[in-house]
Design a protein around this ligand. Structure first.
Ligand SMILES: Cc1cc2nc3c(=O)[nH]c(=O)nc-3n(C[C@H](O)[C@H](O)[C@H](O)COP(=O)(O)OP(=O)(O)OC[C@H]3O[C@@H](n4cnc5c(N)ncnc54)[C@H](O)[C@@H]3O)c2cc1C
Length: 435
């Protein structure tokens, strides 16, 4: 393998790694990027929504070439019981704009395209190569990596760790602890193929318009988790994820829950007659701000999911990954252009950039949400959806019962299940965690 010294080695060719490698290579740094998959994206999983703004900051004209599926004009949120859903929906023709804000993508295709852009900027990208170890000098500064290919250490001034949520290398090197089961969700996803016209008719779409449905409620059986349905051009992504610690405590399997979600009377008609061609399972970091590990040190920075930079409340991950990769690349470029060494002190610039960006501001805002949703899962994912559904049915069913009695019955059922103080407490806790 290669035996020269690089300005930077990037481990992983997902969203974060590609953004970092692209940023540094386009500024003239000598970059080596190593990816264990057969090609960039071959192992990557996402729902998936691409947030255009973050990619535009790297590649302004990406819409001309990138493999995009549909631009999103509608978002639905469903609060589900086993037989119903209470929905909230926003659809706007304003999202049919010249430069749409959100798209659905298929990661294996998208990452492959992104990687070609990285290579076009001059980075050396080698796939089918797993980094097995970070190499440090006698003072603990990371100076390179070893891989599963023959050959010794590959040296670099700085190593960008973009290895995704598992973070095995960082953990093995003692740079972070392994993610705790209550800070990662296990998600499963299927791709259901249907003719384009069928998708457009079922979801009320025209041309390349797309819709996203996010669903919470009894589908997660009292665990902290959600389901999703995303429209692609000729397929629909259907998935569901719950915290790993919850799966350990409940007698449920991810696949069994996904099957139940697909059979739900609100979901089944949307995917009826489809052909399932892909099934994938993947972890999502959901611990938020409090689970973020050390982000930089002597000779290294960590970006994307490997740094737990994921906003589970807004279902955003790839945009935080791309932004952290870009900011790490910019910080490294600045340190390099000053001819300063890649010490912890100098690489703190990356953390400063992150703190000033939406990434840290958003994660800090929701710092208490992951724990609240975990400890109150039974109420938020089972009790309230069931009560709301009963109240809606009661409200809509016309059966000769006077309206005043219907209203009193609904209020009584809330108070009986949750008590007045319980409800006030829930609202207060939610408002505090949301601030
Ligand atoms: C089911 C699901 C749905 C999601 N939906 C959305 C969504 O709709 N929108 C959104 O923004 N985000 C979504 N996410 C989150 C999003 O996918 C991640 O936040 C994003 O992929 C993180 O990018 P990353 O580059 O940090 O990690 P990854 O994309 O996981 O990339 C890590 C890369 O490193 C490689 N690698 C790992 N170890 C090594 C090693 N030792 N040597 C060499 N290479 C290595 C891997 O093969 C991989 O290519 C979803 C995630 C899941 C699981």
């Amino acid at each position: 393998m290669v035996d020269e010294k690089f300005d930077a080695i990037v481990i992983g060719a997902g969203m974060a790694g590609n953004a970092a490698a692209y940023t540094m290579a386009s500024r003239g740094l000598n970059v080596l990027q190593l990816e264990r998959g057969e090609y960039a994206g071959s192992k990557n999983v996402q729902g998936g929504i691409l947030y255009a703004d973050m990619l535009e900051k790297l590649i302004p004209n990406f819409r001309e070439e990138a493999p995009l599926e549909r631009h999103l004009i509608e978002q639905r949120f469903w609060m589900m019981t086993d037989r119903s859903h209470t929905g909230m929906q926003y659809r706007s023709d304003d999202f049919n704009e010249e430069k749409p804000n959100r798209y659905t993508i298929i990661r294996s295709q998208f990452d492959r395209w992104f990687s070609k852009e990285v290579q076009a900027k001059g980075a050396l990208v080698i796939a089918e190569t797993t980094v097995t170890e970070l190499v440090s000098d006698a003072y603990g500064k990371v100076i390179g990596v070893r891989t599963d290919r023959r050959g010794g250490t590959i040296f670099a001034d700085v190593v960008v760790i973009a290895e995704g949520v598992n973070g095995l290398l960082g953990t093995r090197a003692g740079l972070r602890s392994s993610p705790k089961p209550d800070t990662v969700a296990l998600a499963v996803k299927e791709m259901h193929f249907l003719p384009r016209e069928t998708i457009e008719a079922r979801f009320n779409l025209h041309g390349d318009e797309g819709v996203v449905i996010e669903a919470a409620g009894t589908i997660s059986k009292g665990m902290t988790g959600m389901g999703f349905i995303y429209t692609n051009k000729e397929s629909v992504s259907v998935g569901l994820g719950c915290l790993v610690s919850d799966f350990a405590e409940h007698d449920e399997t991810p696949y069994g829950m996904l099957e139940a979600f697909k059979k739900h009377p609100s979901v089944a008609p949307l995917i009826e007659g489809s052909e399932v061609k892909e099934y994938a399972a993947h972890l999502i970091p959901e611990g938020g701000y409090k689970s973020i590990p050390e982000l930089f040190g002597d000779g290294w920075v960590v970006v994307g999911d490997a740094a737990q930079l994921n906003n589970a409340i807004h279902r955003e991950g790839s945009n935080l990954a791309m932004t952290s990769g870009r900011l790490a690349g910019e910080a490294i470029f600045q340190v390099k252009s000053r001819r300063d060494p890649m010490t912890k002190q100098n690489l703190a610039l990356y953390k400063k950039f992150l703190d000033d960006s939406f990434v840290m501001k958003d994660l800090k805002k929701y710092k208490d949400m992951p724990q609240l949703l975990h400890t109150q899962a039974q109420n938020f994912f089972l009790t309230y959806p069931t009560l709301v559904s009963k109240a809606m049915e009661n409200f809509l069913r016309v059966d000769g019962t006077p309206k005043i009695e219907k209203e009193k019955a609904s209020v009584r059922s809330f108070v009986k299940e949750r008590s007045l103080t319980g409800m006030v407490g829930d609202a207060w806790r939610l408002a505090r965690a949301w601030r």
